[in-house]
Structure formats: C-alpha cells, structure tokens
Write a protein that binds this ligand. Structure first.
Ligand code: NAD
Ligand code: UDP
Length: 313
C-alpha cells in the first residue's frame, strides 16, 4: 500500500485515476483548487475510506506531514475555453505548479509523473506524432499559455532529474474522453453530446475536416499507472493515446447516430491555432509499457453518452 498524491485529483482524469489507485488499495491524496475539478467528484471518491482531499493551489508551495511514495502531477485546466479564460493562471500553474510539486517530490524522495500533452507538438509537421518530434508551437497565440506551459513543465522535470537524480516520468496525453468529464467543459466530445441531448445545434468549428485521436479514459489511466510503475530509467516522454484518427464531422455523425435528436450540424469559426491533424505514434508505449488502448471510439462514445443520460444532464 502506497501513499500517493494526485494533483488535479478532482478533475476528469484525476477522478478516474484516483478511483483506479483506490481500488488497488492505496492511500490517495487529491490536491485540488477546484478550478475545473468539482466537489461532486470529491464526494464520489469519498466512498473510499483511504481517499483524502487537500484543497490547495499548486501555484503555492505545498507542505505535507506524511510520507509520499508517488506524485501524479495532473493539476492544470485542459479544456481550451477554460485554460484560455485565465491564461496567466494557466501559465503559472504550469510553471510554478510543476516547480512546487518537484520540490515536494525531492523533499519526500517520491517518484513524480507529469501529464504533459500532445499540444506540445503544436500544429504538427510530422504525422503521426512521434516523441522525437520537437513540435511547431506558436509562442504568442491564445493556446500558448497551455502549450508553452507544458513544454516548460517537461523541461523542469528533466532538469530535476539531471540535477537531483529525481525519479521522473513524463507522459504526453492525446485527447481523452469519458465519464467524469464536466458536460459544460467546452471540449468537443462533451459539446456534441450535450447539444444532441438538448436538441441544440451541433457546433463544428471550421469545416470539420480537422482530425483528433480520441482515447477512452479507462485505457488512459491504466497507461498512467503502467508508466508510474515502469523501470526507473524509462522517463519518457511517452505518448499515450488512441491512434484511431477521426474528423470532427465524423465525430458529429457518430453522436447523431447514437442520440435520437432533432439537432442539426452548424459551422462556426475555427479558433486560432487550432491544430489541423493529430494522431499519436504509440510504438514506444507499446514496447516499453506493453500498453495499447482497447476501447474503440464507437464503444467509448456509447459508454460516455450512457453516463450522461443516466445522470439526466
Ligand atoms: P480537468 O480540467 O478536468 O482537471 C484538471 C484538475 O486540475 C481540476 O481538478 C482542476 O481544479 C485542477 N487544477 C487546475 N489548476 C490547479 C491549480 N493551480 N492548483 C490545484 N489544482 C488545479 O482536466 P483533465 O482533462 O482531467 O486533465 C488533467 C491533466 O491531463 C492536465 O494536466 C492536462 O493538461 C492533461 N491532459 C489532458 C488531456 C485530456 O484530453 N483530458 C489531454 C492532454 C493532457
Ligand atoms: N470543436 C468543434 N466544436 C466544438 C468544440 C470543439 O468543432 O463545439 C473542435 C475544435 O476546434 C478542435 C477539436 O474539436 O478542432 C477538438 O477540440 P477540443 O477543445 O476538444 O480539444 P483540443 O482542441 O484541445 O484538441
């Protein structure tokens, strides 16, 4: 049984990850300021006796009075409308948050994993994206607070390893969806499902030919756990995502197929710097972690729709 901190533990991925770790019998401490995470998620996790919440903003240093074996550092808003609403907070969370959690890991001699992102590849000129590709990121655009924030987080992680021999792990996550997302978080999967359930227009940004690769959350959190428990000299960065690639038009059609609705597709302006194509090369994850996703988009989408319908959103 380990003592594990999950920053951002009451957000979408955090709640799913905490649940997995709690079911494995660990003591889990979610550190969250509830910027995009919810008290409802915290209440759900409190059914497990070994779950604890520390309400804290990772922009500030964190002191804890217990031994820490592992830190999963997830804290950071991930949905474009939310991270763009508070871009300076997002940049500070990425830099100061990583620094403070690395300091905590150093003090406690804990292993620490960063959830970086496919966004660090920006508008990729290499397709599919391999970890050795260094990316094509705008430093001054509306997505930069997040993209550049995650790039400096990765840099800090590798500097702490080089300077202090800290045990680090860096994962680059591609678009993930599933239960415990917030229905109003503004990401494409939740937008389309919400719009279809309420019979509103399905908003496609741009012409809908841009692509994403969508990973079901159960697959993703199992990859995070495998990475944390991989051999010490495998630090990443490693891509985790589902290599199935879909246009937003294809995604909208699938949602319309599974939800009986009067919704129609409408087109809205494409936000600036919205990446055109995105698909992970997961050879490294498959070779090093023996990981590959098992849930296809259609199946995962059905589960996610069912989750929201049962909650009566
Ligand atoms: P989310 O917004 O649902 O969760 C983020 C959590 O972090 C929330 O609980 C939020 O309250 C908390 N948080 C934010 N800033 C904080 C701060 N300063 N101090 C303390 N807590 C703070 O997002 P998510 O989808 O669960 O993403 C989790 C992590 O995974 C993020 O680091 C994100 O960058 C990364 N990621 C996610 C995806 C995805 O598709 N979901 C893709 C790539 C990377
Ligand atoms: N998108 C869309 N309609 C929406 C929300 C998003 O067409 O209502 C598009 C968005 O422009 C992007 C893709 O869907 O091309 C994925 O967007 P999301 O915000 O989910 O993730 P990210 O852009 O960070 O990959």
């Amino acid at each position: 049984m380990k003592n594990i901190i999950v920053t951002g533990g009451c957000g979408f991925l955090g709640t799913n990850l905490c649940r997995l770790l709690l079911e494995q019998g660990h003591n889990v401490y979610a550190v969250d300021n509830f910027f995009t995470g919810t008290k409802e998620n915290a209440e759900f996790l409190k059914q497990y006796k070994s779950f604890n919440v520390i309400e804290h903003d990772v922009i500030e240093p964190l002191k804890v009075d217990f031994a820490v074996d592992e830190i999963y550092h997830l804290a950071c808003p991930a949905s474009p409308p939310y991270y763009q609403k508070e871009p300076i907070f997002t940049a500070k969370t990425s830099f100061c948050g990583a620094l403070n959690m690395l300091e905590l890991a150093k003090e406690k001699n804990a292993k620490i994993l960063l959830t970086s992102t496919s966004e660090i590849y920006g508008e990729p000129l290499v397709h599919p994206q391999v970890e050795t590709y260094r990316g094509n990121v705008n430093t001054i655009g509306i997505r930069s607070c997040y993209d550049e924030g995650k790039r400096i987080s990765e840099t800090l992680f590798f500097d702490y390893w080089r300077m202090y021999d800290l045990k680090i792990k860096v994962v680059r996550i591609f678009n993930t969806y599933g239960p415990f997302m917030q229905i109003d978080d503004g990401r494409v999967v939740t937008n389309f499902i919400r719009q279809a359930i309420y019979g509103e227009d399905i908003t496609i940004y741009g012409d809908g030919t841009q692509t994403r690769s969508f990973c079901y959350v159960d697959d993703l959190v199992s990859g995070l756990e495998k990475m944390m428990n991989s051999r010490d000299d495998f630090r990443g960065p490693v891509n985790l995502g589902n290599p199935g690639e879909f246009t937003m038009l294809e995604l909208a059609d699938m949602v319309l197929e599974y939800i009986d609705t009067k919704s129609k597709i409408v087109f809205r302006p494409l936000p600036s710097d919205d990446p055109t194509r995105r698909r992970p090369d997961i050879t490294l994850a498959s070779e090093e972690l023996g990981w590959k996703p098992g849930v296809a988009l259609r199946e995962g989408l059905k589960n996610t729709i069912k989750y929201f319908q049962e909650r009566g959103i």
